[in-house]
Design a protein around this ligand. Structure first.
Ligand SMILES: [Zn+2]
Length: 176
């Protein structure tokens, strides 16, 4: 039997007493899609800083808010299936992806028995350091705007959020 960690057990136990106000009637047809980082410090901070709540935006997260093919596919679904017409990439200061220790990651992968070939491909695909967080946001904006899947009528903006204060700084605003 698969070992069930304490974390998931705790979550499930807590959830027994959890009751959320029933929002099944909530209209959730937001026009906004946010692409951001999976950093745990963004939980709650990002929503408050942007002034958004449940049902207000589609949110796509990954390590380092990298605009890769998967993100572009999700953005396309948000646009064509869900009516989104504005996309904001929100990078953040002190992003872990800007200072990945590739040697450490590779040695941990070896320790945990990942095959060398898999490690090599992972290194090429994933361990490209983001470099500068602000440049990474601009790069993401460029990739979205140049993607044939994203029509020109969609607003694509780039911001960076201060991970400590929540202050937003515009890096690129798509103004017609
Ligand atoms: Zn990050």
């Amino acid at each position: 039997m698969r070992f069930v960690s304490m974390i998931i057990k705790d979550i499930l136990r807590e959830n027994q007493d959890f009751r959320f106000r029933d929002l099944s009637d909530l209209k959730h047809s937001p026009k906004l899609c946010i692409i951001t980082c999976m950093d745990s410090r963004l939980i709650d901070l990002l929503e408050r800083a942007l002034g958004i709540g449940r049902g207000d935006a589609k949110v796509i997260k990954n390590a380092g808010n990298i605009v890769d093919d998967g993100v572009i596919r999700s953005a396309a679904v948000a646009i064509y299936a869900l009516g989104v017409n504005e996309i904001i990439i929100v990078g953040h200061t002190d992003c872990g992806m800007a200072r990945l220790d590739e040697d450490l990651i590779v040695s941990r992968m070896r320790e945990l028995g990942v095959e060398e070939e898999v490690i090599e491909n992972f290194s090429i695909d994933v361990l490209n350091p983001v470099g500068d967080e602000e440049e990474n946001v601009i790069e993401g904006v460029k990739r979205l705007k140049s993607s044939p899947l994203i029509p020109e009528s969609i607003g694509v903006h780039g911001l960076i959020i201060d991970i400590n204060t929540g202050r937003l700084k515009p890096l690129y605003l798509d103004e017609d």
